[in-house]
Design a protein around this ligand. Structure first.
Ligand code: AKG
Ligand code: FE2
Length: 281
């Protein structure tokens, strides 16, 4: 089995070349899983799988489980859904998918089938980087908090830790998003609103992001447990993707002190990531 050619696209995300669609087996899946752990988002340019091919790739990473409220492309392959700009609202708000579920997705894959000539990129945020760059005092404050997420229809809601750990790497990440996160029940309503809007603004900073400019046939997969994403809504042309996702676990809270040294002051005011002047905010 040949080694994949993996090149970072930004602080997060990597482009993976050298994949042979007919030779994606468990060995390749293990390499992709390792790369996904390292980069959180992987772009597989021009892979162009069939509907079944896309589903079968996803199935190498776990149980394929479509997120609610979207229609299948083909009843014979019900796991693959369509995201078509002709029929659906564009995903132009930073979000993590279906966090109103008790077990939100672990991994999602998108396949570009009808690509606009320009625009319509997808951007991603690294939730580990957003968390790691908070001060130890703020990290400590967030540690005991949960957030209630809902689907805005009154059908589904779930309570998750504000900081979750990645089940494989144990690394902490912020786990709130503008689309579905509503309230931090340990705080008063105004405190909850203030803190959530602060965390949304904090994590949406460009230095935590990567941007993928699509070409027809590209497949992009990302780790839903520790990232956010958005469609850049700057194109009028038709844009159609196929989508499949892999079921995740119940998010586990980060136990402070378990990873690195989240507590304690930096040696000097500017020595940490969170040093004064490091971030535009
Ligand atoms: O259309 C896009 O670029 C992103 C779509 C999206 O949010 C998703 O597939 O979960
Ligand atoms: Fe999404």
């Amino acid at each position: 089995m040949s080694e994949l050619d993996i090149r970072p696209v930004a602080g997060m995300g990597a482009e993976v070349n050298g994949l042979d669609l007919d030779a994606i087996d468990e060995g390749v899946a293990a390499q992709l899983t390792k790369a996904l752990g390292d980069h959180l988002m992987l772009a597989l340019p021009g892979l162009d799988p069939s509907l079944r091919g896309l589903r079968d790739i996803a199935a190498l990473f776990g149980t394929v489980d479509p997120v609610p409220y979207l229609d299948s492309v083909d009843p014979d392959v019900p796991e693959v859904i369509s995201l078509d700009s002709m029929y659906q609202v564009k995903a132009d708000l930073w979000h993590t998918d279906a966090t109103f579920l008790e077990q939100p997705p672990a991994i999602a894959l998108l396949h570009m089938v009808d690509c606009p000539s320009h625009g319509g990129d997808t951007m991603f945020i690294d939730g580990h980087a957003a968390y790691d760059s908070l001060s130890p005092a703020m990290q400590g404050f967030l540690a005991g908090l949960t957030c209630i997420h809902d689907d805005a229809r009154g059908d589904k809601s779930a309570e998750h830790p504000v900081v979750r750990t990645h089940p494989d790497t144990g690394r902490p990440a912020l786990f709130v998003n503008k689309q579905f996160s509503r309230r931090i029940p340990q705080l008063s309503r105004p405190e909850s609103q203030m803190l959530l809007s602060y965390l949304f603004r904090w994590q949406e900073q460009v230095q935590f992001s990567a941007r993928w400019r699509w070409s027809p046939g590209d497949v992009v997969m990302w780790d839903e447990r520790v990232t956010l994403h958005i469609m850049v809504n700057d194109t009028e042309g038709r844009r159609e993707l196929r989508r499949v996702s892999v079921l995740g676990d119940r998010p586990a809270a980060h136990a402070p002190g378990a990873i690195g040294e989240p507590f304690g002051l930096p040696k000097t005011a500017s020595s940490g990531f969170y040093g004064i002047g490091s971030y535009e905010f």
